[in-house]
Ligand binder design. Structure first.
Ligand code: PMT
Length: 227
């Protein structure tokens, strides 16, 4: 069923953790390695999709057949996604996007001798929520797949994010577990859909989890799953 079931489908994946500069050498970041997003990009390309990957800093190599754009900050990622959104059928937001950034980045390296700096933070735009809003504005496409990285009440928060961000699917991972979520090669997720749909994916490689997420995407595509 999977071979070529995404042929001709244009998929945009975001991956990795954004970096929000404090000064030329320091940033606020998170522990995302990009592995989950890169696995999704690789799996989608292998199933025939035209894949664009918007990647925050990572040491991973670009999967075969994938067009990659590198970005650093949440604002860069927002711009890269919105530049491409009119030309894609599916957006998968596996990136861990910083919710806040320092209000200004110092132009030169902060000196220790100047004492502990006070970091004033301002909110970043929420890329997934803005994509959801854009759809409320009358754009039927693209299909939106969000993630939720939670440590408590994972499904309740996931359901809330699915509705609030107007996504079609929300992939919840319990990032409190040592064999799932950030950094590791495996994950354990629940894929939430609208109207209470729910698919549990037990511990598996991120590639195998990616395939299951794409199965759920194929089921929602206008043409439906290929037989
Ligand atoms: O990269 P790995 O090391 O393989 O780890 C994978 C992962 C744990 C990072 C991944 O599976 C994952 O859960 N990614 C989403 C992490 C996250 O930021 O979750 P969140 O609950 O903070 O955000 C919810 C959703 O909104 C996400 O789809 C996120 O991309 C999106 N978001 C969040 C904030 C923001 N400013 N803009 C967004 O688009």
């Amino acid at each position: 069923r999977r071979r070529d079931d995404l042929a001709g489908v244009r998929v945009l994946v975001t991956a990795g953790g954004t970096r929000e500069p404090i000064d030329p050498v320091r940033f606020l970041g998170n522990r995302s390695s990009g592995k989950m997003g890169f696995a999704l990009a690789a799996a989608a390309a292998a199933r025939g999709a035209e894949v664009q990957l918007v990647a925050a800093p990572t040491s991973l190599t670009t999967p075969p057949g994938v067009i990659r754009t590198d970005v650093t900050t949440a604002l860069d990622m927002h711009a890269a996604v919105f530049d491409r959104v009119a030309d894609v059928d599916v957006v998968v937001k596996a990136a861990a996007v910083a919710d806040f950034r320092p209000v200004t980045a110092a132009g030169s390296k902060l000196k220790k001798s100047a004492g502990a700096p006070r970091l004033e933070l301002v909110p970043n735009p929420d890329i997934l929520a803005d994509l959801g809003e854009r759809r409320r504005g009358g754009h039927a496409q693209p299909l939106l797949v969000g993630f939720a990285a939670e440590t408590d009440d994972v499904e309740a928060y996931g359901r809330d994010k699915l509705a609030r961000k107007n996504a079609d699917l929300l992939v919840v991972n319990d990032v409190g577990a040592s064999d799932a979520g950030f950094g590791v090669d495996t994950n354990r997720v629940v894929i939430l859909g609208r109207d209470g749909a729910r698919t549990e994916v037990g511990l598996a490689t991120k590639r195998a989890v990616a395939e299951r997420i794409l199965d759920a995407v194929v089921d929602l595509l206008p043409a439906g799953p290929a037989s």
